[in-house]
Design a protein around this ligand. Structure first.
Ligand SMILES: NC(=O)c1ccc[n+]([C@@H]2O[C@H](COP(=O)([O-])OP(=O)(O)OC[C@H]3O[C@@H](n4cnc5c(N)ncnc54)[C@H](O)[C@@H]3O)[C@@H](O)[C@H]2O)c1
Length: 353
């Protein structure tokens, strides 16, 4: 098979990374993963292998270890890096901000150094709508000022700036900075259900915990926001749509000049109550709920302007809230036992015949 692009995916064993891998593996790209499995498991890559029928070579490496990362990159020689590895819990980042700076900012610097040493000139960076902070207008376009409200958001913003400086330093360098809105749901075919060690739950995980009986009811934080039902409103994007945006970014990267910031959302807002009710319709599960006071730093409503994604990437979200809820049904959610990170040397998860 003729290889199109050699792609390194940092954080490829994580929630979004596994979905991205499964999509990229359908093309002709040659892919390898760099992950320390601090919030995932090598068995997540097994799921990708089963889904795609192709093996997934990986390096068990902390992105802050520049020397090991450089050696890995010198042996694989990627043309593009998809940089997903990061810590992502905004609430946790308030209590341990320096860890977020170390992994998300210093880790990105370390990766850029390894890219320099191995002659890799292209990056697609996983950023977040958290860089915008409290919306001054809606929908949020890429020109909206960035005033993050959490150390997590700050770390993603700082890393964005560093990647931009790196990309603009030389004409042959290119970067696309994807600002994800609220990815939820799972692989529509039910093949990918990655383990997350740190139990950082997104809103769909909370709904699922109630649906599975692990929690009695779902907490809804805030009931007086300026939305139709008073609950918070977000731009929920199907993780499969998000994964497909990465395939589009890999294709478009060569024609980008410098660093390009692109929102990746569904382009419309839905409230948390709307999401719960759609889940109930989609699955037949009744989700008991209770209203709690809003949490510090929570934003009432946020959704994206996706015009630039359509123009630059030729991409737009194709799946709706009902598709998201169907993809996350409990029958398809089969968590596996966690393998200890120390037992995961670098290697290759092979394709099963
Ligand atoms: N999930 C979301 O809601 C969301 C929203 C916006 C942006 N993002 C961004 O998307 C990216 C992926 O998020 P996710 O939800 O898949 O998170 P995740 O925690 O599921 O995946 C991150 C992966 O990176 C790995 N990792 C963490 N620190 C590492 C390190 N120092 N060295 C090597 N690997 C390391 C983890 O083991 C994990 O496999 C992150 O950059 C995150 O900031 C996520």
């Amino acid at each position: 098979m003729e290889v199109e692009v050699r792609v390194l995916v940092t954080g490829g064993a994580g929630y979004i990374g596994t979905h991205v891998l499964a999509v990229l593996q359908m093309g002709k790209h040659d892919i390898f993963v760099a992950d320390d499995f601090s919030n995932s498991s090598p068995s997540n890559l097994e799921q990708v292998v089963k889904a795609s029928g192709r093996s997934v070579p990986f390096f068990n490496v902390d992105i802050r270890d520049t020397e090991t990362l450089t050696n890995a990159m010198l042996s694989f020689k990627p043309e593009i890096v998809l940089h997903l590895a990061a810590l992502k819990d905004a609430a946790e980042s308030v209590t341990i901000p320096m860890k977020y700076i170390e992994v998300n900012v210093s880790g990105t610097v370390s990766l850029l150094r390894a890219m320099e040493a191995s002659g890799c000139d292209g990056m697609v960076y996983s950023s977040s709508a958290a860089v915008y902070g409290e919306p001054k207008y809606l929908p949020l376009d890429e020109e909206h000022p960035c005033q993050p409200v959490s150390p997590y958001g700050e770390s993603k913003w700082l890393a964005e700036r560093i990647v931009t400086v790196w990309a603009k330093a030389r004409e042959d360098r290119k970067a696309i900075l994807l600002r994800y809105f609220n990815p939820i749901g799972k692989d529509p075919a039910g093949r990918i259900a990655p383990i997350q060690r740190n139990r950082t739950f997104n809103v769909m995980d909370h709904i699922m915990r109630v649906a599975k009986g692990d929690r009695k009811r779902m907490d809804i934080f805030g009931s007086t926001y300026a939305t139709a039902d008073g609950s918070g409103m977000r731009d929920f994007i199907h993780v499969q749509d998000l994964a497909e945006a990465h395939a589009a970014a890999v294709s478009r990267l060569p024609s980008v000049s410098g660093a390009e910031i692109i929102n990746v959302g569904a382009g419309e807002g839905h409230t948390v109550i709307e999401l719960i009710e759609t889940f109930e319709t989609a699955t037949g599960h009744r989700i008991r709920r209770r209203v709690r006071p809003p949490r510090a730093g929570d934003i009432g409503a946020s959704w994206s302007d996706t015009g630039k994604a359509a123009r630059v990437l030729g991409w737009q979200a194709r799946r709706n809230l009902m598709d998201i809820c169907r993809s996350a049904t409990p029958a398809r959610y089969r968590p596996k036992r966690q393998a200890p990170a120390s037992r995961a040397p670098s290697g290759e998860i092979g394709a099963h015949p």
